[in-house]
Design a protein around this ligand. Structure first.
Ligand SMILES: O=C(O)CCC(=O)C(=O)O
Ligand SMILES: [Fe+2]
Length: 284
C-alpha cells in the first residue's frame, strides 16, 4: 500500500496534542509509521510542529541577521598560515563567503583521499525530529570522518585549517571526506543545527552550534558538481586544492539562513571534498 504523505484533520489534531503533551518525537514517529505514514514525511511534520511550538514561545518575528566583523581574516590577497600561503580569490561580506586557492597541495589532496577511500559509507543526515542518522535521497554521496589521531598529515591540515578559519583547532569536528559519483548530490541545507528541532539537542551539547564551514575540493571534477548557494545565485566550481569558506553565526548567536548551500549533481567523473565544520566551543 502507498505510504501516506498527507495529514488529515484528525491526525493534525493528534499531532498537535502529542507535541503539547511533550511526547517523545521517537514515539510520535513510531505511531505514525505504524499507521502507514511515509517516515520522511512524518519526520518533517513532527520537526515542523516542534519548531512551530518553540517559535511561538520565542519572540514573534525573527530579526534580520546582523553582520559584524567576519571571523575569518581575509582582507589581503593571502592568508599566511604556519606552513602554507593560501590565496584569496573571492570575498563576499553578506553573508561572509570566501573562495580560497592553494589550501592543500595536490599531493595532500591525494593523501586525504587515500586515507578516506576504505572508510566510506553511505552519507546519512541527522533527523531533525529524532536525532537519528538516516540515509536519504537528499544526500546520495558516501562519506567518512577522519580522526586526527590517524595521521601526522591530518594534524598538520587541522592546524592549517584552524589558522585559516581563525578558530581553535579543538573547536573543529574531525575532517569529513565526501565522495560523489555521477549524479550524486547533496541537496541545499544549512550546516547549522536548527535550535528548535528536538533531534539536534544532543549534538548541540557537544561543542555548541556550528559557526563556520570550510569545504576543500580534493579533485578536479570533469563536469558539474558545483557547490551552490541558491539564495545568493552563487556557484563555486570544484578545483583541486581550492576551497569555499562561509560563516553563519554571529556574536549574538543569530544564524544566517542565506548560507543555505548544496552540492549539485556530478555530471561526469567523480567529486571528492573534505569538509571542516567549526563549532562554537571545544568539540568532543
Ligand atoms: O559537496 C559540496 O559541494 C557541499 C558539501 C557540504 O555541503 C557539506 O559537506 O556540508
Ligand atoms: Fe553543507
Amino acid at each position: 500500500m502507498e505510504k501516506y504523505t498527507h495529514l488529515p484533520d484528525e491526525w493534525d489534531r493528534w499531532l498537535d496534542a502529542s507535541v503539547e503533551k511533550d511526547c517523545r518525537p521517537d514515539d510520535i514517529l513510531a505511531a505514525m509509521v505504524a499507521a502507514n505514514y511515509d517516515s520522511a514525511f512524518a519526520e518533517q511534520a513532527i520537526a515542523a510542529r516542534f519548531a512551530q511550538r518553540a517559535a511561538g514561545e520565542r519572540r514573534p518575528a525573527a530579526e534580520p541577521y546582523r553582520y559584524g566583523t567576519p571571523r575569518i581574516c581575509h582582507q589581503g590577497n593571502l592568508i599566511r598560515t604556519s606552513d602554507r600561503d593560501v590565496r584569496v580569490l573571492v570575498r563576499l561580506n553578506e553573508p561572509v563567503v570566501a573562495v580560497l586557492d592553494n589550501v592543500l597541495s595536490a599531493e595532500e589532496c591525494d593523501a586525504v583521499i587515500a586515507l578516506a577511500r576504505d572508510k566510506l559509507a553511505p552519507s546519512a543526515t541527522l533527523s531533525p525530529a529524532t536525532g537519528k542518522n538516516q540515509v536519504r535521497e537528499t544526500r546520495t554521496s558516501s562519506g567518512a570522518f577522519l580522526p586526527e589521531a590517524d595521521s601526522a598529515l591530518l594534524r598538520r591540515l587541522n592546524r592549517r585549517i584552524a589558522e585559516i578559519t581563525n578558530s581553535p583547532v579543538e573547536n573543529g569536528e574531525a575532517l569529513h571526506v565526501l565522495h560523489y559519483g555521477v549524479g550524486a548530490e547533496y541537496r541545499p541545507h544549512p550546516d547549522y543545527f536548527e535550535p528548535a528541532s528536538p533531534g539536534f539537542a544532543a549534538t548541540l551539547r557537544r561543542g555548541g552550534q556550528r559557526v563556520a564551514t570550510l569545504i576543500i575540493y580534493l579533485n578536479d571534477v570533469e563536469d558539474a558538481g558545483d557547490t551552490v548557494f541558491p539564495q545568493l545565485g552563487l556557484s563555486v566550481v570544484p578545483k583541486k586544492g581550492a576551497a569555499v569558506y562561509f560563516e553563519y553565526m554571529n556574536e549574538d548567536g543569530q544564524l544566517d539562513a542565506a548560507t543555505l548551500h548544496g552540492g549539485a549533481p556530478v555530471g561526469a567523473g567523480e567529486k571528492w571534498v573534505a569538509t571542516k565544520w567549526v563549532r562554537q566551543d571545544v568539540f568532543r
